[in-house]
Write a protein that binds this ligand. Sequence first.
Ligand SMILES: Nc1ncnc2c1ncn2[C@@H]1O[C@H](COP(=O)(O)OP(=O)(O)OP(=O)(O)O)[C@@H](O)[C@H]1O
Ligand SMILES: [Mg+2]
Length: 269
Amino acid sequence: MNLLSNNKKMDRNIRRDKKQEKKYIKTTRTNILGAKTSFATLESYRSVRTNIMFSLPDETGCRNIVVTSAMPGDGKTTTCINLAITFGQAGKKVLVIDCDMRCPRIHLYLGSDNEAGLSNVLAGFADVDEVVRHKEGVYFITAGLIPQNPAELLSSQKMEKLIEKLSESYDYIFFDTPPLAFVADAVTFLKNISGVILIARQKYTLHHAIEAAVSALTFANAKVLGFILNDADSEEINYKKRKYGNNHYQHSYYYNNHDYYRNQRGKYR
Ligand SMILES: Nc1ncnc2c1ncn2[C@@H]1O[C@H](COP(=O)(O)OP(=O)(O)OP(=O)(O)O)[C@@H](O)[C@H]1O
Ligand SMILES: [Mg+2]
């Protein structure tokens, strides 16, 4: 009798959690670029696209870009998908890979299932061609079944070979990763990539967490292409632009070369 009522309670909780998850995903999908996206938002992504294109002048062939951040919820997955869509709109062939095997989200944001993905390929259970999907003008590979050892899988030789193989077919590959404050998955496969983009969320990401993330990337010899300030309050930025009298502040804050950012940081803090 007691067991029965406990089960009923559990069922109710599961139903409530599922309902909340559905609502969360629905709101989240509105942040993925589409027909209803404002011109200002589209323009922001286009300017990031231009900056990324110009930040890799010596690269030939496919550019492999890791999108990461210091903390959970900074907007890595959203930015990763939106950047891919923006590059797709410029006629580039783009692939997004969900490397966040601990908390995979790409399949939810793009409305697909996650039955077979990256982990299945790395474990040898699926062929890469079977797991590549296409939506919103971008190709994507979901994380796949959640494995016990995501870090080992991502740093394996199989991952290296997979990136090499995929690089032959795409202009850009974006890798969505977990937050650096929790796991270092983003730095485990850095040897194969062109650069890293760090996301920081306005009024959310902690300053010392960003510093720790930058240290981790510097230690791993990563090429940090720049920072993206996500969820920025344009009113506040306009105010600061007026206050500082030129656009250095906005420029160094939004998106910039890492070394430049480091040199300028003291001036504007
Ligand atoms: N610019 C934005 N404006 C409004 N909401 C945003 C913005 N960027 C992200 N979000 C919302 O914040 C939530 C977290 O975003 P997202 O999943 O992209 O973050 P994340 O850094 O990938 O998180 P995690 O570390 O858990 O993987 C989502 O609901 C997303 O829709
Ligand atoms: Mg994410």
